[in-house]
Design a protein around this ligand. Structure first.
Ligand SMILES: [Zn+2]
Length: 159
């Protein structure tokens, strides 16, 4: 179970968990990934929420999880396997933002994605997106994520 169940409350999230869920919901059916963090003390933090489906409180997040469980993904980052899954599944632009956010708000919690050039895992805070392309509207996504070594290599001018 993806639940922390001391109290019998099935909507309690594990500590050190990143919750990805479908937020947004503006005109029409546009939605986007939103993120929340449950810290080491079990406290809720809103990393990014948008539109009427966004959850800026723990209560709203619990309601989203109960009502739309298939729209939520929970990564307990204390668990190395889940931290890897999170680093591998999260869109690059979001991953870079979350890595920065965690650096400021949850010191010691580090996502380690794979570099698309060398295949090695590295500290996601130092990652660099490459080859941006539009994915509709004003949103942009990167096709590749590079470790600092390879991001630097791409900046060099060929002689
Ligand atoms: Zn690399």
């Amino acid at each position: 179970m993806d639940t922390f169940n001391h109290t019998g409350d099935k909507t309690m999230f594990k500590r050190n968990s990143l919750i990805q869920y479908k937020g947004g919901g503006y005109d029409g059916c546009f939605w986007e990934q939103n993120y929340a963090w449950i810290d080491a003390r079990g406290h809720f933090h809103n990393i990014y929420s948008s539109g009427y489906l966004g959850c800026d409180t723990l209560g709203k997040l619990k309601a989203a999880y109960v009502n739309r469980p298939s729209d939520c993904d929970i990564y307990c980052l204390s668990n190395p396997a889940e931290a890897e899954r999170c680093a591998d599944e999260t869109p690059i632009s979001h991953l870079l933002g979350i890595a920065q956010w965690l650096d400021e708000h949850a010191p010691g919690v580090i996502l380690q994605p794979k570099c698309d050039e060398c295949g090695e895992r590295f500290d996601g805070r130092l990652g660099c997106g490459d080859d941006p392309h539009g994915i509709g509207g004003i949103m942009q996504e990167y096709r590749r994520l590079l470790c600092p070594d390879h991001a630097d290599a791409f900046d060099m001018v060929e002689a």
